[in-house]
Design a protein around this ligand. Structure first.
Ligand code: ARG
Length: 466
């Protein structure tokens, strides 16, 4: 007696009632897997229908089961259902309630099934639905960018490498870079859906079953293309969850780069964009401030999504086939990553659609930092047939001269330029303006407004079908 007390005192705290309480707390998943209630009930109804159709259970029992499950669905959706931690997870909570509602017939539902294939099918259904939600959200963001790109196909801004002014580009072109990125995310989502579109239901505990079940029927009833082909893999595979997290992490990473650009662009020093009040806040002490909080939080939440990917990869690594309880840890990672990504995409779509673009500030910055130096070098190659390396050298001297005089390249006189290379004529001034620089970059995928508009047309057509 006194021994028992001593060990209880060591477990201590919240678990004072002993090992049973500790076990219940570490074992239960109902706190989070109740999110799977609709999928669980859908899966059970499909399973029971198949059991009746193949003569494994009687029609009248199936009717009771389906009726009871639909009642439970309503109870849960109206908030009347009482979830119990003692009943561990969503599967046992639903089954226990079914037995209260319809009596012994409830016990027939679990024929030719195990919680291992049950949780696998529930979770796949949930992840598949979430993939579709993410696809829609990505399309919304892409469409917001296409609209801004159309408005600003010819708005010049500085293009950067190393965050140093490199060459003039257009804001429309910059928007279209994000269209490419988010369209790749969308195509990753489509690929992943294709790969995971198989039903594990009927794999039972791990080895399949001797009952004459029809897995093709349940797969079809649940909207999967076909059943999975190996019962062991069916209950031990969580690739679809890992793929969701990997795609979410890549997409979040894209969002964080955009978020960072918005943070930079909206500083008074850059002043390229102004965020709407809906996506920024003021400071309680500094009246002049407008903080890009939504962008900062998108940037930050990427850490959370990336963490979930590493978390689940680490849970899965080294697990022997087939099911291990470790795998119960898959859900919180995916649920939180999904909720976070949905919010990030919504916030970003709002910001992109709402932000005011300051064309004058972009144009002014586009002309700074000798951004047309490459155009000057290209002119020397094209017109005077200089080797590019030599042209690069001549241009360097022109930049140094302009720097010395504290003027832009286009403000150097013809005499200035001829003192560097006597072949230069005043035709060179046609390439030194940012507008002409941008207009000249007509190579496929280049920043010339005509080319940007062509890419916009291409994506508008493609996204409508994606
Ligand atoms: N709650 C469990 C999970 O999420 C369900 C599967 C339990 N299976 C088992 N053999 N204990 O993974």
């Amino acid at each position: 007696m006194s021994d028992k007390k001593a060990s209880n005192a060591m477990w201590g705290g919240r678990f004072a009632s002993g090992p049973a309480a500790i076990m219940e707390a570490i074992n239960a998943s109902i706190g989070f897997d109740k999110k799977l209630y609709a999928q669980d009930i859908r899966g059970s109804i499909a399973h029971s229908e198949m059991l009746a159709e193949t003569g494994i259970i009687e029609e009248k029992d199936q009717e009771k089961i389906a009726h009871g499950l639909n009642t439970i669905l309503k109870e849960i959706e109206s908030g009347k259902f009482e979830f119990s931690t003692r009943l561990e997870d969503i599967h046992m909570n639903v089954e226990a309630r079914l037995s209260e509602l319809i009596g012994p017939a409830a016990g027939r539902l679990h024929t030719a099934r195990s919680r291992n294939d049950q949780v696998a099918v529930d979770f796949r259904l949930w992840v598949k639905d979430e993939f579709h939600r993410v696809a829609e959200a990505l399309k919304g963001l892409i469409e917001a960018f296409l609209k801004r790109a159309e408005e600003h196909a010819a708005t010049v801004m500085p293009g950067f490498t190393h965050l140093q002014t490199a060459q003039p580009v257009t804001f429309g072109h910059h928007c279209m870079a994000y269209v490419e990125m988010f369209a790749r995310d969308l195509s990753r989502v489509r690929d992943a859906i294709e790969r995971m579109d198989e039903s594990p239901l009927g794999a039972a505990a791990l080895a399949g079953t001797g009952f004459p079940i029809d897995r093709f029927r349940t797969a079809k009833a649940l909207g999967f293309r076909e059943p999975t082909r190996n019962s062991l893999d069916s209950v031990s595979d969580r690739d679809y969850a890992l793929e969701f997290l990997a795609i979410a992490a890549i997409s979040a990473t894209h969002l964080s780069r955009l978020a960072e650009e918005i943070v930079i662009w909206s500083t008074p020093q850059f002043g390229f964009v102004r965020l709407s009040d809906s996506f920024s806040t003021g400071s309680s002490i500094m009246p002049q401030k407008k903080n890009p909080d939504a962008a900062e939080l998108v940037r930050a939440k990427t850490g959370r999504v990336n963490g979930h990917l590493i978390g689940l990869l680490t849970v899965m690594k080294g697990l022997p086939l087939t099911y291990s309880k470790d795998m119960q840890e898959d859900k919180e990672a995916v649920f939180d990553a999904a909720e976070t990504l949905d919010l990030m995409l919504a916030a970003m779509t709002g910001m992109v659609g709402d932000m005011q673009v300051n064309e004058a500030a972009m144009k002014k910055a586009a002309g700074s930092g000798y951004s047309t130096a490459t155009d000057l070098a290209d002119w020397l190659v094209r017109t005077l047939n200089l080797p590019f390396r030599e042209a690069h050298h001549v241009t360097g001297r022109a930049v140094a001269l302009a720097e010395g005089k504290k003027v832009g390249l286009e403000k150097l006189t013809l005499e200035d330029l001829q003192s560097i290379h006597d072949g230069i004529t005043d035709d060179i001034f046609s390439v030194l303006s940012v507008q002409n620089s941008v207009k000249s970059r007509t190579s496929f995928g280049g920043t010339a407004p005509a080319e940007v508009r062509r890419q916009i047309r291409y994506w508008k057509k493609r996204i409508a079908k994606a």
